[in-house]
Design a protein around this ligand. Structure first.
Ligand code: IVH
Length: 683
């Protein structure tokens, strides 16, 4: 080949590598791609072809080499040039103050600047770049020696193989390799499918993925990284401020956490750290605390370390969310639609200060998939407000003689056969609420609950009493109750009987969407009910619609449509509807013209932050049921921005636009008024 051609090809190869690395950076680090996946694939394809035709041009820095070479025999050992330190922990705001006091004793009391970084529970790695090229990547190991995982780290797309800008000739940077929650769940689902043991948490999954002798396996796992420290930098003067060092990392093309914060004074540190305990669930990855670092690196040097723990940094750790304990027994609950909900009876265990005795197992398919057995030691998770759940068994602790769990074949409440419809994860009692007390009990509670007919005073106890006394056989029977009947119930006085009857009477005025939701049709929640009524105008009209017509409604698929049609086709349900109509509930077209049933028609709501008295979904469903629209973005058309605790950026936008704000109390007042027929407040 002519020399000229080879030069041109070399140039083209280098150009392609530059372009591909640039697009990797846009995509994986900045999350802002400039070209389509197809265009990217074309560049890769051309580079692969040229490298195959000219093996002399191949290079370990080439983006084609990220997918990983063949398996390694074992990891080599890397000696860290500067030890990788660990962190002392603080489990309370008081412990943070005590840390501040210790620091103040050494350097004098003064107001410092601190950097707060979410503490991702992944694994620490150290990457050395020589002349801007990734030379070595190592795990933390014992802090002095780590394993050489270069081949694996190269497969992480957000790790640049060459640095941008003007890095020092030799620089060692540190960061945390992790898996998002979604990736973790996907990997575990695949492992469960393949009968492999599950990873207990994203940290173990990330460690298991990175410490793979076969880099091709690592390459198949969507590992990611955030860089948080410059370790060693040959012949370079680093900024005095850690915050500025993070900027420098970014300038070299290294991904830093956009959630990092710079704050002043220990009070602000505590406020921000505590706030993270609530914000953590909004992140796509698990964090187990926040790392707090004194920003001034001269002070860091002055403070030094005690053993392996620097005095200038501390980890504020959240209450733990997982624990292991013995699963004593698996029992089932029957839901209002007949769903069979398995749950675990546990040897009581304390998780983050709360004793957990019961945990949900989701559904039959999940128990089978994870092969959770009675007698197993299991990992239990309790996070935030959600019901504790069993993550999976610890197989190494499984005692002999356990047996795979079998769902009961018959409903423990009514004895009807249990069936799992093909393609559904849930199994169901084949009876209906009229014939299954467990279903009717759950249905009554649901019917009376706040998002539905909102009958004050009708909770667990009263629902059970009404069933025991044989006064109620379907939800419509509630409207035929008399004071005499109620007075015969245990602990029912004159006043409470009257109050109950009054709130039952009031419930007749709820908008039809809430009634439809309350009927307990499988797969019809508040939002679907509102959509169906928007489309058909009334429950009567809906009951006449064909399955295809129902399935055509936006956001309503064939599964919901089939379930709705089946419900209305059941003669017993027609009887219930007839009784409800006779009692005066709104089944037909609403009498008043136009927006009579839709007091908030034409009003546009946006919600930001956390509501205390109801979930956001519930608030949205109630607003929609009243005719309002609810969207995600504040615009000039927004009637109200509802502001909950810890509002997000929507609040700023609303303030800029002058959008009227509504706090939670205001929202409740407005909902109450609108649901009880008062004219809608206007902005
Ligand atoms: S700094 C002083 N920053 O926490 C240097 N560590 O307990 C110590 N970690 O091994 C590390 N996020 O695996 C630092 N933003 C962050 C971190 C972080 C997570 C992990 C890291 C380290 C462990 C220390």
């Amino acid at each position: 080949m002519v020399m000229q051609d080879l030069l041109a090809i070399r140039e083209r190869v280098e150009e392609l590598r530059r372009q591909i690395e640039y697009h990797n950076y846009r995509y994986y680090v900045l999350d802002a791609p400039e070209i389509s996946d197809a265009e990217y694939d074309q560049l890769m394809e051309e580079l692969r072809r040229l490298e195959a035709e000219h093996p002399e041009l191949q290079s370990p820095e080439s983006p084609t080499q990220r997918v990983g070479a063949g398996p390694l025999e074992a990891f080599g050992i890397v000696e860290h040039r500067l030890p990788l330190l660990s962190l002392a922990n603080a489990f309370s705001p008081e412990a943070l103050r005590a840390w501040h006091a210790r620091v103040a004793r050494l350097i004098g009391e003064r107001t410092l600047r601190y950097v707060l970084e979410p503490k991702i529970d992944g694994l620490a790695v150290s990457l050395t770049y020589e002349q801007g090229r990734l030379a070595v990547a190592a795990t933390r190991g014992d802090g002095l020696h780590g394993e050489n995982v270069t081949a694996n780290v190269r497969t992480i797309r957000s790790v640049p193989l060459t640095l941008q800008g003007d890095p020092p000739p030799v620089v060692e940077v540190r960061g945390e390799v992790y898996l998002s929650r979604a990736a973790f769940e996907r990997i575990n689902a695949e492992r469960a499918e393949a009968g492999q043991p599950l990873f207990a948490n994203p940290r173990n999954a990330a460690a298991g993925s990175l410490r793979q002798l076969d880099p091709r396996i690592t390459a198949s796992r969507p590992l990611d990284i955030f860089f948080y420290q410059i370790g060693y930098a040959e012949g370079a003067v680093l900024p005095r401020s850690h915050w500025d060092c993070l900027d420098l990392l970014r300038a070299w093309g290294l991904r830093t956490n956009p959630e990092n914060q710079l704050v002043e004074g220990i009070d602000a540190v505590i406020e921000a750290a505590v706030a993270w305990e609530h914000r953590r669930e909004r992140l796509p990855y698990d964090i187990d605390g926040v790392v707090i670092k004194i920003d001034d690196r001269d002070l860091q040097a002055e403070l030094g370390a005690v053993g392996r723990e620097p005095r200038w940094a501390i980890a504020y750790k959240f209450a733990p969310t997982q624990a292991t304990t013995r699963l004593l027994k698996i029992e089932v609950n029957i839901g209002r639609t007949g769903s069979v909900n398995p749950y675990a009876v546990l040897e009581p265990v304390s998780i983050g200060g709360v004793v957990v005795k019961l945990a949900t197992l989701h559904n039959a398919q999940d128990v089978r998939r994870k092969d959770i057995r009675e007698g197993d030691t299991v990992i239990v998770q309790r996070a935030g407000e959600v019901i504790p759940q069993v993550i999976g068994p610890v197989l190494s602790k499984r005692p002999p003689n356990t047996r795979p769990y079998e769902l009961p074949t018959h409903c423990p409440s009514c004895g009807a056969p249990i069936e799992q419809p093909p393609g559904e994860a849930m199994a169901y009692c084949t009876n209906n609420p009229a014939g299954c007390r467990a279903q009717l009990f759950e249905l009554l509670k649901h019917f009376a609950s706040r998002p539905c007919l909102e009958i004050d005073g009708l909770g667990e106890k009263l629902a059970a009493a009404l069933l025991d006394a044989g006064l109620v056989h379907d939800v419509a029977d509630l409207y035929a109750l008399t004071k005499e009947q109620l007075l015969r119930l245990d602990r029912m006085g004159d006043k409470s009987a009257e109050n109950l009857l009054a709130s039952i009477a009031r419930s007749k005025q709820r908008p039809p969407a809430r009634l439809l939701h309350g009927l307990g049709i499988r797969h019809v929640g508040g939002e679907t009910a509102a959509r169906l009524l928007d489309a058909f105008g009334s429950i009567d009209a809906l009951s006449q619609a064909t399955e295809a017509e129902i399935a055509a409604v936006e956001g309503v698929g064939p599964t919901i449509a089939r379930s709705v049609r089946q419900w209305f086709d059941e003669p017993r349900n027609q009887t219930v509807l007839a009784k409800l109509r006779a009692a005066g509930l709104p089944l037909g077209p609403t009498a008043t013209s136009g927006t009579g049933g839709q007091p908030l028609a034409g009003q546009a709501f946006v919600i930001t932050g956390r509501l205390e008295s109801m979930s956001r979904a519930e608030a949205e469903a109630r607003l929609r049921a009243l005719g309002a629209t609810v969207s995600d973005t504040v615009s000039k058309k927004t009637t109200y921005l509802v502001v909950g605790a810890e509002p997000g950026s929507k609040l700023k936008k609303a303030q800029a636009l002058g959008t009227p704000l509504l706090d939670e109390a205001g929202l409740l007042a407005l909902l109450e008024a609108a649901e009880h027929g008062a004219p809608a407040a206007s902005a």
